[in-house]
Design a protein around this ligand. Structure first.
Ligand code: ZN
Length: 227
């Protein structure tokens, strides 16, 4: 069976063999103690962009990633970054910082892991406006089927996590719409095993575990290259 891919986690999960691949999310103001044997995504979360200081230093720090020793191979993606209408941070500022990170992803040719809350149409507009060519992955997707269809139509990948446990009916419907060629699974901030997430997705969708793991691993290789 292919390795089990966890596309987005904030925790360092016990990964003691080649059976697991995970991308650990770190905030740009917290790039310390990175382990060169692991994979990361680094970005500025929309909840944090209210701070002008972080906004300015964060973007600079991100732009500098290429020259850092961890930059090229271990940093697999920019993010999580994005747009969130459920938080208090000024939306225009969120947009500005998100677009800067999109521009950076294009410049250094790395995919983006996106946090999106009630902003799917904004995300699609920005994709059109910026003509971004890098892969976009919306993590922790919890939207409805219509949003999923729209995002898929624009070439965006969708990653499911919490929704599989918190809203089985919705998760089932989403798994019918999202082809495995465009799907990822994740643990995010939850202290659960990625294998439990795969088992849940397999049982809700009726997709064989082998196929689920193979297809998602193939997505990973297609986007991030061979490991
Ligand atoms: Zn997250």
């Amino acid at each position: 069976m292919s390795p089990c891919v966890n596309i987005h986690t904030h925790l360092v999960n016990p990964v003691d063999n080649k059976e697991f691949i995970e991308i650990q999310n770190i905030d740009v103001d917290n790039i310390v103690d990175v382990d060169v044997s692991r994979f990361y995504s680094i970005g500025i979360h929309p909840w944090k962009v209210g701070s002008e200081e972080l906004r300015n230093s964060g973007i600079e720090e991100l732009s500098d990633l290429k020259s850092r020793c961890i930059g090229d191979f271990n940093v697999k993606a920019i993010g999580e970054c994005g747009l969130d209408r459920a938080c208090d941070v000024d939306f225009e500022i969120q947009k500005e910082v998100f677009i800067k990170q999109i521009e950076l992803s294009e410049k250094i040719a790395k995919p983006v892991i996106i946090h999106a809350v009630r902003t799917y149409s904004d995300i699609i507009s920005i994709k059109k406006e910026t003509k971004a060519k890098q892969t976009w992955i919306i993590h922790g997707f919890q939207g409805n089927e219509m949003s999923a269809e729209q995002l898929l139509k624009h070439g965006i990948y969708l990653s499911l996590g919490d929704v599989l446990f918190k809203n089985e009916t919705k998760a089932k419907r989403l798994l019918q719409i999202i082809p495995t060629e465009r799907l990822f699974l994740e643990t995010d901030v939850a202290e659960r095993k990625i294998t439990d997430v795969y088992e849940k997705a397999a049982s809700l969708s009726g997709i064989e575990m082998d196929k689920l793991r193979n297809d998602i691993f193939n997505n990973f290789v297609k986007i991030f290259g061979q490991i």
